[in-house]
Design a protein around this ligand. Structure first.
Ligand SMILES: [Zn+2]
Length: 205
């Protein structure tokens, strides 16, 4: 577990998941099925009871973000589960979990601004906690040795659109970022993303 800012935790699961604790408990993503136990242990390490989690937000439908959803939902009890409307079907096809709240670009949900960042998957989203200047990106980008990079293109449905979505994030203000893959950024996240999009290799795919 790693604390980022005052009210956010990065949980040490294979694809990182996040726990936000300001005013309410929100879990973002649920990792692989075989990470579910670790995820629950990590929530307790943060000092919280899994049953107190009110909402789970899924950034996208890849199995390393939703595999743990059935087990985690059962342990938590009756959380509300939310994702972008385009991810509802692929999530149900894979893990048979019902989604309660369908998210749209620009909507504020549980205090988080929903930013549709397609390309990695069609309904991929990023979430901005404007009070904490914290962006939770899921797989909207990754970090490798402190640098921001696109996700490897073998995982991107539309590599060109994935790049455009990274550029779209530069329209917002943030300085910290939680990524699912790589180390999280405790500062300078905006400038590191900006630098990545200006890199000569950015458009090679
Ligand atoms: Zn993914």
């Amino acid at each position: 577990m790693e604390k980022i800012g005052l009210n956010a935790y990065v949980l040490d699961t294979m694809s990182h998941t996040a726990l936000l604790s300001a005013n309410r408990l929100i879990l973002i993503d649920t990792a692989m099925e075989n990470s579910a136990k670790t995820l629950i242990t990590e929530i307790k390490t943060c000092g919280y009871k899994p049953k107190d989690i009110e909402t789970i937000i899924i950034t996208h439908s890849h199995i390393d973000h939703i595999g743990g959803l059935p087990s985690v939902e059962e342990i938590i009890g009756e959380p509300r589960i939310a994702c972008h409307e385009l991810e509802v079907e692929p999530i149900y096809e894979q893990v048979k979990v019902k989604i309660h709240d369908l998210l749209k670009d620009g909507q504020v949900y549980e205090g988080l601004l929903v930013i549709h960042t397609p390309g990695h998957t069609q309904g991929n989203i990023s979430l901005l906690d404007q009070e904490s200047d914290l962006l939770i990106v899921g797989d909207s980008f990754q970090t490798v040795e402190g640098e921001v990079q696109p996700m490897p293109d073998r995982y991107n449905q539309d590599p060109a659109q994935h790049r455009k979505s990274m550029e779209k994030l530069l329209g917002f203000t943030f300085n910290k970022a939680i990524v699912a893959h790589g180390h999280c950024l405790h500062s300078d996240a905006y400038s590191l993303l900006n630098k990545a999009t200006k890199n000569d290799n950015f458009r090679f795919y």
